[in-house]
Design a protein around this ligand. Sequence first.
Ligand SMILES: Cc1cc2nc3c(=O)[nH]c(=O)nc-3n(C[C@H](O)[C@H](O)[C@H](O)COP(=O)(O)OP(=O)(O)OC[C@H]3O[C@@H](n4cnc5c(N)ncnc54)[C@H](O)[C@@H]3O)c2cc1C
Length: 524
Amino acid sequence: MSTWTDNLTMETMAKERANPPFDVRKMSIEHHGSESDLVKKEKFMLEASRDPVFYSADIYDLTKDQIRERTMQRIQRLAHYVTSESVDDFQKRMELMSLLDPGLWTRLGVHYGLFLGAIRSGATPNQFSYWMEKGVIACQGMFGCFGMTELAHGSNVAGLETTAHFDAQTDEFVIHTPNLGATKWWIGGAAQTATHCSVFAQLIVKGKRYGTKTFIVPLRDPKSFQLLPGINIGDIGKKMGRDGIDNGYIQFTNVRIPRAYMLMKHTQVTRDGEVREPPLQQLTYGALLQGRTAMVADAANTAKKALTISVRYAAARRQFKSDAKAQYETQILDYPIHQRRLMPLVAQAVAFGYTALELQRLFEETSQALEALEPGDPNLEATIEKLKETHSTSAGLKAFCTWATLETIDRSRQACGGHGYSSYNGFANMHADFAVHCTWEGDNTILALQAGRFLISAYQDALDGKEQVSAGTKYLNNIEQVLAAKCESDEALDTLDGIDRGWATVAAHAVKKASEDYQACLKA
Ligand SMILES: Cc1cc2nc3c(=O)[nH]c(=O)nc-3n(C[C@H](O)[C@H](O)[C@H](O)COP(=O)(O)OP(=O)(O)OC[C@H]3O[C@@H](n4cnc5c(N)ncnc54)[C@H](O)[C@@H]3O)c2cc1C
């Protein structure tokens, strides 16, 4: 006989939520870093949930064009906060927006994260002021896109073929797409909305190539939105997800820009065509760090979102009676195998959240150190070390956390049975939207290789007795001792120090094995 009652789900949820064994508020504060940050996010969430522009229940049935239009309406709404809120507050608001509408997050992220990030990390102070005055922050007369990838080259940035010839006669650069493969491809915002692009192109002065540098190239008239002479743009069309952003392709045919539109914080080209290169190439690494840092936070938030759905469903869903005398069928959350499917993922998502906070701290510290650098600065070497660490840590974490979160989304879907497959449950869009995090701003495999290279070289240094100063590789100091360490007792793993030492040994063995395998491959 059926034991179904229409309010059983509500009653079950109320029971599950009653008497938690921990203080929920305290836990939330921990997860968000501080009470003030949590309160802010709650305020932003409330505002979005009551604003009709952010109504999302119909999103599953909209066409690409309708989604793009809605994204622009939302951008219009958010533009108000860009100028009225601190950068920190706006970033927090955007972190939540990503959960609500990943396409919107990307649309603004391309402008504020990538385009502005390129200016911030590549412009001289004068150039920075110039572009600020042009309206980058308020998005007034300026909406940027980020033109790195080409049809033929993505991961291999050094292989990009777009050229920037210096014309000493007119004091201009000539930006040109020499062949079809050099067409800028996938460029977010290019198809319909961007007025400017930070273009990565080969700098060529007096016939000599100096590698890939960044140039700000106007694309459209900011009033009429007509393409400027020499600019050819097309729409890439429908994608697997994130249809709110208009990805496009761009071809440049002898487009002339003033010399000052090359970002010259690192490499400079003088009026006479003299090229001054930075003392250390690593200083130019900064541009992509912000995006990777944000993606680790997004991985944590998205995993929590997927797990909120699957764990809640597991509490409400009942299948079979474990006890024939029980009034109701058993909640699937009470099956140990179901707990084992979901709870490690919950723990992982929580750990990603703390990792994201720590990575953000590292990123901010490194950015400040970079911005404070002056010619001949005694802190140069320490800053380079910090930059290398931030680069490899953010690369490794971006790869690991986004791969793991993509898997979490699908495992959450499977944990919801047939209902998980309905688009209206959110998993389909979540998976399709999130998947690209494994590819863009550094394909995960490439980033994992970069992180691996850093770790293997740190291990070799540790073997040679060179002290590791980076927080991320300090565990390699006293390497022999760390490798030989054994867990004294189960109780040791109940303390933070015990867990820390345990992980140091596990990580040291993993890096040792990778290093030995790598050496063996080199010899083979
Ligand atoms: C939706 C979307 C939006 C994007 N937006 C932008 C944007 O706004 N601006 C922009 O500049 N770019 C953008 N991109 C491009 C994105 O950054 C690139 O697609 C990404 O960097 C990967 O480059 P690729 O596509 O050329 O892949 P490839 O580099 O060709 O890689 C293809 C495969 O080969 C593997 N591979 C490559 N080299 C090696 C190697 N040495 N060893 C082992 N494996 C290797 C990779 O792991 C990958 O699996 C976007 C992409 C997408 C999908």
